[in-house]
Design a protein around this ligand. Structure first.
Ligand code: COA
Length: 246
């Protein structure tokens, strides 16, 4: 199973990306599993918070590049469906990041209410190096929370950055000792689960209200352009180079 779900505390479901042999790269089955896990948590009245994490001391290496290369049968649609699901969740979504958080591994944090990273975490949005473009409303949300210069640095240069930079940029709330991000996220999830759920949901909804339509519009527009980029010569050459090195 590439996505594991487990109720780890009263009202708290842990959703684990679980392809450690691929650094938890997200293939179609993984996206399907994530979408289903979010829908199940939303539908289950006993669940009050979800925590997304990765197996094997790694968050995720992002979209499976084999799927990117074989765009004809996969395309970005299912990734967009996941982004729409996570950004539309009405219950609190938390993330615990250890190790690599690449591509959508970083941009999904923009849609989490709370996120925590271990000291050894490494973030990267290498969309340009891959011949692609930003996704997940990152071209809208990152300048908003990190400022335009920082967003340009992180999205245009696309270099790897550490957890302190992620915290300064507003991608994570706090940096934990290495290996302790999940414990911290679960603590906060338990705290949220013990609060009045309707009031938590209302507060989340109000926090999202001002940007909801712009986020949805940006996810769609980036998705359209991303789909075009996937079949571009620049992107296909970058995917082939990655896969050839293996
Ligand atoms: N898609 C498909 N396979 C991937 C992958 C991805 N996104 N990320 C890692 N893998 C595979 C590797 O090909 C490797 O397979 P192999 O054992 O058959 O050679 C295996 O997972 C382990 O990865 P490896 O690169 O050896 O681990 P590492 O610790 O040296 O580096 C990363 C980890 C995440 C820095 C590196 O794998 C990487 O840069 N991956 C691509 C990230 C990316 O560009 N994602 C798309 C973002 S839009």
């Amino acid at each position: 199973m590439s996505i594991l779900t487990e109720t780890v505390a009263p009202g708290v479901v842990q959703i684990t990306m679980n392809r450690p042999e691929r650094k938890n790269a997200l293939d179609r089955a993984s996206y399907r599993g994530l979408i289903d896990a979010i829908a199940a948590a939303e539908a289950d009245e006993t669940i009050r918070a979800m925590v997304i994490t990765g197996a094997g001391n790694c968050f995720t290496s992002g979209n499976d590049i084999k799927d990117f290369a074989a765009v004809a049968d996969s395309g970005p649609r299912i990734a967009m469906d996941f982004l729409t699901a996570i950004s539309g969740a009405t219950k609190p979504v938390l993330a615990a990041v250890e190790g690599f958080a690449v591509g959508i591994g970083t941009t999904m944090l923009l849609h989490c209410d709370l996120a925590f990273a271990g000291k050894g975490a490494s973030f990267r949005m290498p969309f340009v190096a891959l011949g692609l473009c930003p996704e997940g409303a990152s071209s809208y949300l990152l300048p908003l929370i990190a400022g335009t210069k920082k967003a340009a640095e992180l999205l245009m240069l696309g270099e790897a950055f550490g957890p302190e930079t992620a915290r300064e940029a507003g991608l994570v709330n706090a940096v934990a000792d290495e290996g302790k991000a999940l414990a911290l996220a679960l603590d906060k999830a338990r705290a949220l689960a013990s609060l009045p759920p309707q009031s938590v949901a209302l507060t989340k909804s109000l926090l999202k209200r001002a940007h909801r339509s712009q986020v949805a519009e940006t996810i769609a527009e980036e998705g359209r352009l991303f789909g075009e980029r996937l079949i571009s010569a620049e992107a296909q050459a970058a995917f082939a180079a990655f896969l050839m090195k293996r």
